[in-house]
Design a protein around this ligand. Structure first.
Ligand code: NDP
Length: 340
């Protein structure tokens, strides 16, 4: 199991803040409890926020990890013992499970059964990626908040990541001109060649403002915000009047308390910009159903692609988690714990 041992000041370090340990599994189940054998665990940037001291933390929308406990998150697992009639042995489920080989799931916890999991043509790991939390994040926020229209231009930061690659491809389908930024030339090539973005640049080379201006000489209508800092300041400068900013996250701030010296915030006023943040479970049941139908059929028909970065083995998970904040993941970061 990967156990949370210490609150990080900056980066979450393997062996210090997250430690791989052996634990005993108590197999004596009470009524409605069950045990899963865990297959895939999702590594998401927001998990760093679950390692912050709770008091006074400005983004308190998520519970904190407890020191000494296994960390948990969206996962796929197989039920191997059950005293809960809703989840029979053999069911493949998606929900909150531990980053560990086996999880004893409490009686009151809900999971979702993945119907047809054993015959599925799509990888099971997609249930914590394109078909899971990052998927609804991209789909729901772009459509509901962004109100995108054909012919408009959108800029997506962290564009080769879990959320960004979906936002960009959905925007292309809707007839937008799509610009992406990512942290390596290889990622930029992926955006242009595989995802068919109209323009893309490496945010680590030169100034983001200059690269964005060159990619969008007439300005952008929508900025899809994943990173904050220099990218947001550049977008504020290049956005057109009445432009929109969809704020998904600001990963540049997750491991640092140092304030960023924004220069262009006043443009929100002068350009009459709209900025809206959200959390992935904000969207209506109707949007959720449309998302599941649309994204699964687009993936099955290869209308869109979804790149994953799969780390094999629990013992490698802490390093892969740290890698999220160093741009080491290329695609949706997932830990593979076992095969079905
Ligand atoms: P990604 O798969 O995009 O992985 C994170 C990427 O962020 C890295 O690969 C890296 O890409 C980039 N990055 C990391 N550190 C920095 C940095 N200091 N400066 C610039 N870029 C950096 O993650 P997700 O797609 O899962 O998440 C993207 C964003 O969406 C995050 O901010 C996350 O918190 C947010 N989010 C919000 C949700 C919500 O409910 N509001 C739900 C899900 C995600 P590169 O190499 O290209 O720089």
């Amino acid at each position: 199991a990967v156990v949370y041992r210490k609150i990080p000041d900056e980066y979450p370090l393997p062996g210090e803040h997250l430690v791989v340990e052996s634990k005993e599994l108590d197999e004596n189940l009470n009524e409605n409890e069950l045990i899963t054998r865990n297959l895939y665990f999702s590594l998401d940037p927001y998990l760093r926020n679950r390692m912050k001291p709770s008091k006074g933390f400005k983004a308190d929308y998520t519970s904190r990890y407890e020191i000494g406990k296994t960390i948990d998150n969206y996962s796929v697992g197989e039920v191997i013992a059950s005293k809960n009639p809703k989840y029979p042995v053999g069911a493949v489920v998606v929900g909150f499970l531990g980053l560990e080989e086996y999880t004893r799931v409490p009686a009151n916890q809900s999971l979702k059964i993945i119907e047809g999991a054993r015959e599925s043509k799509l990888p099971l790991s997609y249930h914590v990626g394109a078909l899971g939390m990052p998927g609804i994040t991209a789909y729901g926020s772009l459509l509901d908040i962004g109100q995108p229209k054909a012919g408009e231009t959108i800029y997506v930061s962290a564009a080769s990541g879990a959320v960004g690659q979906l936002v960009g491809q959905i925007a292309k389908r809707l007839g937008l001109r799509v610009i992406g930024s990512a942290g390596s030339d290889e990622k930029v090539e992926f955006l242009l060649k595989d995802l068919k973005f109209d323009a893309a640049f490496n945010h680590k080379k030169g100034s983001i403002l200059e690269s964005l201006r060159a990619a969008a000489p007439e300005g952008i209508d929508i900025y899809y915000e994943n990173v904050g800092g220099e990218a947001l300041d550049a977008a504020l400068e290049v956005l057109k009047h009445h432009g929109r900013i969809i704020v998904s996250g600001m990963i540049t701030s997750y491991n640092s308390n140092a304030p960023y010296g924004y220069k262009n915030l006043i443009n929100i006023v002068s350009k009459r910009l709209k900025i809206e943040g959200f959390i992935s479970d904000d969207f209506s049941a109707e949007t959720q159903t449309k998302f599941e139908n649309d994204v699964s059929s687009w993936l099955l028909n290869r209308v869109i692609v979804f790149k994953e970065d799969v780390t094999v083995g629990l013992e490698n998970a802490p390093e892969a988690f740290l890698g999220l904040y160093q741009g080491k993941n290329f695609g949706k970061a997932v830990v593979k714990i076992a095969d079905l």
